[in-house]
Design a protein around this ligand. Sequence first.
Ligand SMILES: Nc1nc2c(ncn2[C@@H]2O[C@H](COP(=O)(O)OP(=O)(O)OP(=O)(O)O)[C@@H](O)[C@H]2O)c(=O)[nH]1
Ligand SMILES: [Zn+2]
Length: 223
Amino acid sequence: MTVAETMPATETVSAKIRATVPVPIHLNNGDTVAARLHTFHGLSDPGEHIAITLGEDRPDPDPVPLVRLHSECLTGDVLGSARCDCGPQLHEAVRRIGTTGGCVLYLRQEGRGIGLYNKLDAYLLQDAGYDTYAANEELQLAPDSRDYRAAAEMLRLLGLTRIRLLTNNPEKAAQLARYGIDVVAVVPTGVFVTEDNRFYLETKARVTRHTLALGEPAGRLAR
Ligand SMILES: Nc1nc2c(ncn2[C@@H]2O[C@H](COP(=O)(O)OP(=O)(O)OP(=O)(O)O)[C@@H](O)[C@H]2O)c(=O)[nH]1
Ligand SMILES: [Zn+2]
């Protein structure tokens, strides 16, 4: 099945699943979950996005699959950077979705779409006092340039058109709905606050209305 067969008439994209590859994943609690990685051809943006379907071997998968749209963060996902919460969120998503059944979309949207080098430039500006969105703007870049059209295409190709979405970011649910995905529930992801990322998380709650319960305000140095 192609996206063109299932999308509204105004959509011209003709995307396909390119390959499906089994990859067992070790969790940091010592368990291993079965996963399949899906690659795509012809998505509406050129990123090498992948879908990771999980929990397919569970006897009682949730009838409405749990889905996470995870934007790439090399510093957080791979290196365990304390400047953000991406690494713990990714691990949480794989563990939870491995239990309930569903999918993680790993979207190549490093730095909310500005790329790794620009994100690192933005970190230097943040160290000089800019917040996470103002730093992008100082670089003449959009504060958040992520578009989830390709994510909706991937979900459609996987038959995941009615989902529960694991996120604290209201923009993800809004865009998926606009692109024809039925988001029946938004499930909050964990809030992994530390002194290093507290100001960053507070800024997201204030500016982009992320639903984050953060407790006491940041100290003056936490960016
Ligand atoms: N430009 C920029 N990007 C950042 C910064 N910190 C993290 N990111 C990127 O932000 C993206 C993660 O987005 P978040 O806003 O943390 O989370 P979200 O995915 O929108 O929302 P949740 O679903 O609730 O986690 C990744 O692409 C990171 O690389 C930063 O300070 N500047
Ligand atoms: Zn991050």
